[in-house]
Write a protein of this length. Sequence first.
Length: 161
Amino acid sequence: MRKAIQTWVAIVLAIIIAIAIAVPIYLWVATLTAPKETKVGKGNMVIEDISWGYDNKVTLVIKNTGSISLLITDIYVKQGAVTLVHFAWDGSKWTRSSDDYTLEDSSGSSLIGQSTQLTIGVGESLTIIIEFNNGWDSGYAYTFKIVSSSGAIAERTEIAP
């Protein structure tokens, strides 16, 4: 006569097997989704603040958290996977990929076509303004990406009010 395995033993074995399978899968997924900090040439920066104004202007405060001064060379504004505008420093002036957006300094003066470099000293912050000439879509997520000449990247996504 065969004796059946006890119910409680079967439950304990099932739990042990489930844990043994789940732990490696969890560790693998955690490494895939872990945030990555970009530090190139000891340069690093973060977007400290994003303020949405009622005048179709978004104010960005960018802080240099690295150990070298940074020269901003590219600024992107994206909505989902679509790049709405790319502001680029070509070594002598600022250009833009779309006339629907304007890049301004902290005083509100346009930087497009100007020879004003945007540099951030160590531990300092820089304020820039991006004007959405046709307004933004409320409730949609916008991603702002700032790139320096050293390769440091600051990126932040916010939902428009």
